[in-house]
Design a binder for this molecule. Structure first.
Ligand SMILES: [Fe+2]
Length: 147
């Protein structure tokens, strides 16, 4: 394991974080239905938090001596989350974002393990913070679903 391995794992984290950022922001724009206001605001809180995280992740990649991706295509190739190609109903939006917040945790754990093997505690710390934030986001979304 080396800085380069950790940086590559972080690039996968950045790619998934970007997909989830854009999906959450687009659902903020496009949500319709009886829970419009609360979901519009919940999605806004979440996309703002995710956007701030992209900067932390990319700057960690730079700190490790690697360059961050320069274009969206480069990130789309390594992302495991899929962009939204549609405008689902409000309950589907909540379910999709809940599922994505659970799924991104897998990518984060991969980077966490890589960083642990490299004794890179700063990256471990960032990954732990991201895991707890996405798990909390998933809980909030799951709690917003209609019964
Ligand atoms: Fe807005």
């Amino acid at each position: 394991m080396s800085n380069k391995d950790v940086a590559n794992a972080l690039k996968a984290v950045l790619a998934d974080t970007f997909v989830l950022y854009f999906k959450t922001h687009s659902f903020h724009w496009n949500v319709t239905g009886p829970h419009f206001k609360s979901l519009h605001e919940l999605f806004e809180e979440q996309y703002n938090e995710i956007w701030a995280a992209t900067d932390e992740i990319a700057e960690r990649i730079r700190t490790l001596g690697e360059f961050a991706p320069n274009n969206y295509d480069e990130m789309a190739k390594i992302a495991t989350l899929t962009p939204s190609g549609q405008t689902p109903d409000e309950q589907s939006m909540v379910q999709i974002l809940a599922d994505d917040n659970r799924a991104i945790v897998k990518t984060l754990y991969n980077a966490l393990k890589t960083a642990e093997n490299d004794n890179d505690e700063a990256t471990v710390d960032l990954m732990v913070e991201r895991i707890s934030t996405h798990e909390k986001a998933a809980w909030m979304l799951e709690s917003s679903r209609a019964k």
